[in-house]
Ligand binder design. Structure first.
Ligand code: COA
Length: 336
């Protein structure tokens, strides 16, 4: 199913931007706070360092990523129609982080909303933004992935604290009648049976914040790593392979796999299933760890800016995350 042609409008990424906080937490730092070591972290995950936002929240990082994007385009903040912020670490339950970003960047004619799909958040938001463009009503949609994972990380839990980092990244979607470029297909899924394996238990309506929830450390990320690993490998590899199949793509047609950066071993398994060599896989997990909704646009921004992604390149974006949520999206890069 290629949804973009209903109105002959294609949704194309026309600008990118990113923000990563200055403070670096390397593996040595974690050796000093929990029972772990650099060798374990690198071989089991591929992570060497990650960033931490010291002053500010998710909306501050998101706004900085958008401001970085605006430096590279003639589009002005007041021209933005919609802001979608993918995040699991909103500044507050409400108002939505998208509202806070709207004010910070001066997008005075925009509406917007937050999208909660954990590590698949950016993919889900990108498809949502593309659909708004393809519908013909909206011309400029900002899709932002921003997560301050340090806000919900228990730095005494070695199972999770080494994995996550803070970052934000944004893309601008605009319409084009040139069907050679833009978002061409996506396959997205949710399966709530994954809720026990990866979650943050308290603070919502099921278990509101109380002295007890704080004492029991229920406001932090919980992950059964082994359980998630198994389904993530299969989920991400299968959906990436299937989207190739249904679009008639061979491995040589793919310029890059752009995977969510949770674990280098999950990424390698996905690339192998697709028959894509490691040099065609975008990787920055070593420098940023798992930044949840920000990983994929961060990869896109860095690889584009270093000249590695060119107009006409076919990309497969793939993610797996809490929910479970997972999916893949096929696009052709449209920026010179
Ligand atoms: N340093 C040293 N040892 C650690 C450790 C750390 N930071 N964290 C866990 N260990 C230990 C465990 O306690 C366990 O010890 P035990 O056998 O004595 O119980 C051992 O290492 C192996 O743990 P295990 O969980 O089997 O490791 P793993 O190879 O599965 O790797 C993850 C752990 C979290 C890296 C991996 O499971 C993973 O990446 N999971 C999926 C993450 C993901 O994709 N999430 C979805 C998106 S967020």
């Amino acid at each position: 199913m290629q949804s973009q042609n209903r109105n002959n409008i294609n949704a194309v990424i026309t600008a990118v931007g990113m923000y990563t906080p200055e403070k670096i937490l390397d593996n040595k730092y974690f050796e000093s706070i929990v029972e772990t070591n650099d060798e374990w972290i690198v071989t089991r995950t591929g992570i060497k360092e990650r960033r931490m936002m010291e002053n500010g929240a998710t909306s501050d990082m998101a706004a900085k990523a958008c401001e970085d994007l605006f430096k590279t385009t003639n589009v002005k903040p007041e021209e933005i129609d919609v802001i979608i912020v993918a995040t699991v670490t909103p500044d507050m339950f409400f108002p939505a982080t998208a509202c806070l970003v709207q004010e910070k960047i001066g997008a005075k004619n925009a509406w917007g909303f937050d999208l909660s799909a954990a590590c698949s958040g950016f993919l889900f938001a990108l498809q949502t933004g593309a659909s708004l463009i393809q519908g013909g009503t909206y011309k400029k949609v900002l899709v932002v992935g921003s997560d301050k994972m340090s806000a919900i990380t228990d730095y005494t839990d070695r199972n999770t604290c080494i994995l996550f980092g803070d970052a934000a990244s944004a893309v601008l979607l605009e319409p084009s009648t040139d069907s050679n470029y833009g978002i061409k297909d996506s396959m997205l899924f949710v399966d709530g049976s994954g809720k026990e394996a990866l979650n943050m238990k308290a603070g919502g309506s099921a278990l509101p914040a109380s002295e007890d929830t704080v004492k029991q450390k229920l406001h932090y990320i919980f992950q059964d790593g082994k359980a998630v690993f198994k389904v993530a490998v299969k989920g991400m590899a299968d959906v990436s392979y299937e989207i190739m199949q249904r679009n008639g793509l061979k491995s040589e047609d793919i310029s890059y796999l752009v995977p969510h950066q949770a674990n280098l071993r999950i990424i390698a398994a996905t690339a192998e299933r697709m028959g894509v060599s490691q040099d065609k896989v975008m990787i920055n997990i070593d420098r940023y760890g798992n930044t949840t909704a920000a990983t994929i646009p961060l990869c896109l921004t860095e690889y584009y800016r270093s000249g590695k992604v060119k107009k006409g390149d076919n990309l497969i974006l793939a993610a797996f995350g809490a929910g479970y949520t997972w999916g893949a999206l096929y696009l052709t890069w449209g920026i010179d």
